[in-house]
Ligand binder design. Structure first.
Ligand SMILES: *[C@@H]1O[C@H](CO)[C@@H](O)[C@H](O)[C@H]1NC(C)=O
Ligand SMILES: *[C@@H]1O[C@H](CO)[C@@H](O)[C@H](O)[C@H]1NC(C)=O
Ligand SMILES: *[C@@H]1O[C@H](CO)[C@@H](O)[C@H](O)[C@H]1NC(C)=O
Ligand SMILES: *[C@@H]1O[C@H](CO)[C@@H](O)[C@H](O)[C@H]1NC(C)=O
Ligand SMILES: *[C@@H]1O[C@H](CO)[C@@H](O)[C@H](O)[C@H]1NC(C)=O
Ligand SMILES: *[C@@H]1O[C@H](CO)[C@@H](O)[C@H](O)[C@H]1NC(C)=O
Length: 467
């Protein structure tokens, strides 16, 4: 290679390096000029993002498996998990994911605009009506994406003011504001749980009708801060810089701490609070550098509400009605894991309605007995053991849906009274020898617990029988 060509190669390298430096400078300041855009791409996974100055947070497209679409998100970028803390809630209602080639552009008039490869708009930041245009975007080291106008540091829009399922330190929720859970861990459309600071100042966890997901179809609340004193109601939910979460009342002095535990130092740990797709609201911390906590380099649980979502059925915050379900669908049994998160298991002889949703409803694999003209059996009639038998669910209770109770029954009598009654779908027998008859399915609020003091006997059609 000649001296000249070597020199040219050197020049080219230097120029390329400069281009790289310019690009990363642009990104490292955290400022995004109007006109910049990012494209969701299978091939250039790492180029499609804007970083906060410290590199702690990144804004861009994330590929989501197994659905194989992208979500426009903000995530923790300095940890292996790359945990997502905000996502654009697009109009794509099937998955809320966007396809390869989708593009987000920072515009003066509409702020962030997300379009699909055909140019169709999928989402945009909703700016206030005032006539003020965006001059730049700013991604902060706290994980907030802010859109600023030329002459003001007041954001026209920010990801913190439009939260999805996560709160970060320094973020707050005003009266009427809420977080919404995802549909599933990998389905980014809104699910059926909300954390809301209500008009009356009360902070509540709510569950909605899981089918309509209409914001007006609120079934009940399963957590309440009780900060609805009309003389000094809750005014704002604060997640402060050091990781405390509290409701500040209208007098600006009184606080209700969602959890009283002191958080680990925010100098060394990241904090986040998330309303999970299963309805559990949890705060976590994560070491900022490896070696700070050798025993655990991932997210550790600080606290969660409720502590046992499987047991949330009765209690001061639930109204008496038995609408809906919580973490697990109808006929599905809730089992609490060590991390305060539930898993769900269909009873024997029941199958998931949607095989891909283990948190969904379970349906029987047999025809259930019905009371009708062709069936005259009541509890007084002769027992018909030829058609039906019982599946035993140990340590399992269904605390709702009773229609009859018998005291001092043993297992034999409890089963027999159900077998002889065409209304009866299952019986629960407690250690206290109370036998509870459950009316027709679906049952809700099933719970299995190693300390449980009840067994459930489900009346199922004998294999090989036809009713
Ligand atoms: C919705 O997401 C799916 C999965 O990524 C994709 O195939 C589809 O094209 C999207 N629809 C729109 C309108 O972007
Ligand atoms: C949650 O907030 C959204 C956006 O402000 C609002 O449309 C919705 O009605 C709220 N949901 C509830 C249950 O309050
Ligand atoms: C956050 O709240 C706690 C508890 O009230 C307080 O001790 C701490 O100083 C607050 N942190 C900041 C940065 O204000
Ligand atoms: C509470 O603080 C807000 C904003 O900081 C202020 O507008 C309001 O007047 C204060 N209220 C009281 C009762 O001090
Ligand atoms: C370190 O991790 C362990 C195990 O998760 C946890 O029990 C402990 O509280 C952590 N220490 C700190 C300071 O977070
Ligand atoms: C059930 O009772 C009705 C009315 O007494 C009678 O007409 C019918 O035949 C009975 N059905 C059976 C299966 O015994």
């Amino acid at each position: 290679m000649g001296v000249v060509s070597c020199w040219i190669l050197h020049l080219v390298l230097v120029l390329q390096l400069q281009v790289l430096v310019v690009l990363s400078k642009n990104i490292i300041s955290g400022t995004v000029p109007v006109g910049e855009s990012l494209t969701a791409s299978e091939s250039q996974q790492f180029s499609s993002s804007w970083l906060s100055p410290s590199g702690d947070f990144t804004f861009g497209f994330r590929k989501i498996k197994p659905n194989n679409g992208f979500t426009l998100s903000i995530w923790f970028d300095n940890i292996p998990d790359k945990t997502i803390v905000w996502h654009a809630q697009t109009v794509n209602t099937t998955t809320s994911l966007v396809p390869d080639g989708s593009k987000v552009t920072l515009t003066a008039d509409h702020g962030l605009v997300l379009t699909d490869p055909g140019g169709q708009q999928l989402w945009s930041s909703s700016l206030p009506q005032i006539r003020s245009s965006v001059s730049r975007g700013l991604i902060t080291d706290g994980g907030n994406f802010r859109l600023l106008s030329e002459h003001s540091d007041v954001a026209l829009w920010s990801s913190f003011a439009n939260p999805t399922d996560t709160l970060l330190p320094t973020q707050s929720i005003e009266v009427r504001g809420n977080l919404s859970s995802r549909r599933k861990e990998t389905s980014f459309q809104k699910g059926r749980f909300r954390l809301r600071l209500g008009d009356d100042g009360d902070l509540q966890l709510l569950t909605l009708n899981s089918e309509t997901l209409a914001e007006t179809d609120v079934y009940f609340s399963y957590y309440s801060s009780n900060t609805n004193d009309p003389h000094n109601p809750g005014n704002r939910l604060v997640f402060n810089e050091t990781g405390y979460m509290y409701v500040v009342m209208r007098d600006n002095r009184t606080r209700f701490y969602v959890n009283k535990k002191d958080p680990v130092p925010s100098k060394d740990f990241y904090h986040r609070a998330v309303l999970h797709f299963d309805g559990v609201f949890s705060q976590y911390y994560h070491p900022k550098r490896q070696g700070l906590n050798n025993s655990n380099n991932g997210w550790s649980l600080a606290w969660s509400e409720p502590e046992n979502i499987c047991a949330k059925r009765f209690g001061p915050y639930l109204d008496g009605n038995e609408l809906g379900n919580l973490a697990c669908g109808f006929n599905n049994i809730c089992i609490l894991r060590d991390n305060h998160r539930p898993k769900c298991e269909c009873p024997e002889r029941f199958l998931l309605v949607d095989p891909n949703d283990e948190y969904g409803d379970c349906k029987p694999d047999f025809e259930m007995e019905t009371c009708g003209p062709g069936n005259n059996r009541t509890e007084t009639a002769n027992q018909d053991a030829n058609l039906y038998e019982f599946v035993t669910l140990r340590m399992t209770n269904w605390p709702s849906g009773d229609y009859k109770r018998y005291s001092n029954y043993d297992e034999g009598r409890c089963k027999a009274t159900c077998l002889n009654d065409c209304f009866c779908g299952a019986v629960v027998l407690g250690r206290d020898r109370f036998c509870w008859k459950k009316k027709k399915f679906p049952l809700s609020y099933g719970i299995r617990d190693t300390n449980g003091d009840s067994n459930t006997f489900v009346k199922v059609l004998k294999l090989g029988s036809r009713s």
